[in-house]
Design a protein around this ligand. Structure first.
Ligand SMILES: Cc1cc2nc3c(=O)[nH]c(=O)nc-3n(C[C@H](O)[C@H](O)[C@H](O)COP(=O)(O)O)c2cc1C
Length: 386
């Protein structure tokens, strides 16, 4: 019954995923204050790895020890972080699962520390959502030395990920974080070689890709999570601006592009219009496929294997991702592949899991329906009332 989604996917000549369904990166906030994974981190990823997807990504490994979203996110800045991640890559390999690490710099959407209120960005344009939460944050425009230092951080983390056992990496170049803020005309208003046109705005990303490819070689495939629409209309990022960017990403040595939409100011809007977001991201994927031979896919509001199969079969995307749907049921794909649709715990699509990430009352990312980490009733009630 399923034939398009269950075909294997080649990232490189040697690196293949067993199907075209992936669990999208989600930062579950299950790390200690040094950014090292807690036992619950391993439990959740092991469960996702066994859940039927062919590949997937650990969310948000910060490349900069000072850049964070909250105090419980993953970091990949030292050999000790790499050593801590080795067991999960070993588990993935043992189960013929292609596990990737997503490399992230939060840039203007990070949480400032008490002793350093500075957030890095291309042009010093603050995220209003970040300022609402952290009024003392100071968003500064990076100088060249800071840009190249950040390129080095991404390279260092890529090398560490390879040492930990990763064969797949993802650069977080979407959703308003540092790389994506360079890509968007709304937040990158630089007049130097790092801004001005779509091809100049992508220079930061291309420099990172090239440095990583030189450092890790062809054994590691690099995918780019590309922000294709930030929800600000003509002022912001839009898919039609990204054709030559997709071609340049291929030329620089990446292995695939995973589209995503929204930035912190527009996340709420995105999460509350799932069908529109699905259509927008699907259209963007189809558009970019005209400019590159790389596999192109996306994540955004896909709720079932049937939907993913129809999208891949139509040719609009080469692969499809699931985030909240597999948070609700880690084994969604496995169950649907074996016809057990009735047994799936279905996501309620309220995005409270994302709200958990910056809610002081939440100790981790929870779910409304998954019995393994259901949100405590008091907190659920609080969200309902507020
Ligand atoms: C709890 C939570 C954590 C997330 N963490 C990340 C992350 O670490 N990196 C990332 O690129 N996207 C992250 N996302 C966004 C998802 O990858 C995905 O793009 C988004 O949820 C839309 O897909 P969905 O409709 O299938 O949930 C997160 C989303 C949620 C709900």
């Amino acid at each position: 019954m399923y034939s398009a989604a269950t075909k294997s996917l080649d990232f490189t000549a040697k690196l293949k995923a067993k199907n075209r369904l992936y669990f999208a990166p989600m930062g579950f906030d299950l790390c200690d204050n040094q950014g090292k994974p807690l036992p619950s981190f391993f439990e959740l990823y092991q469960s996702l790895i066994l859940g039927g997807c062919g590949f997937g990504f650990m969310g948000n490994a910060s490349v900069d020890s000072g850049s964070k979203y909250n105090g419980a996110g993953l970091k990949l800045t030292t050999q000790a972080h790499a050593d801590a991640l080795k067991p999960i890559f070993e588990f993935a390999n043992k189960h013929n699962f292609l596990l990737g690490a997503q490399l992230q710099h939060y840039g203007p959407q990070g949480a400032p520390s008490d002793d350093n209120p500075t957030l890095l960005s291309p042009s010093g344009i603050a995220s209003s959502a970040t300022l609402k939460k952290f009024p003392y944050a100071q968003t500064v425009a990076m100088d060249e030395a800071q840009i190249y230092a950040c390129v080095e951080q991404f390279k260092r983390s890529a090398i560490l990920a390879k040492k930990a056992g990763a064969k797949l990496l993802q650069l977080q170049a979407s959703n308003g974080y540092l790389i994506s803020s360079f890509l968007s005309p709304r937040t990158n208003q630089r007049k130097d070689e790092w801004g001005g046109s779509a091809l100049a705005r992508v220079k930061f990303l291309l420099t990172i890709i090239r440095e990583i490819k030189t450092a890790v070689g062809d054994e590691v495939a690099l995918t780019i999570r590309l922000g294709v629409d930030d929800g600000f209309g003509e002022q912001g990022q839009q898919a039609h601006l990204l054709g030559e960017v997709a071609a340049a990403i291929e030329e620089a040595g990446a292995s695939s592009i995973a589209c995503s939409v929204g930035v912190s100011e527009t996340f709420k809007q995105c999460f509350s219009h799932p069908q529109e977001i699905l259509q927008l991201t699907r259209d963007a994927s189809r558009h970019l496929k005209r400019y590159t031979r790389l596999p192109v896919g996306f994540t955004g509001s896909v709720d079932s294997l049937d939907t993913a199969e129809a999208i891949i079969d139509s040719g609009d995307a080469d692969f499809v991702g699931f985030a909240r749907a597999v948070l609700a049921d880690n084994a969604l794909i496995k169950k649907e592949l074996s016809g057990k649709h009735d047994l799936v715990h279905r996501c309620q699509w309220d995005a409270l899991c994302f709200r958990d990430k910056r809610e002081p009352r939440a100790e981790r990312v929870y779910c409304c329906v998954n019995p393994a980490y259901r949100r405590p009733a008091q907190l659920q009630q609080y969200y309902k009332e507020n």
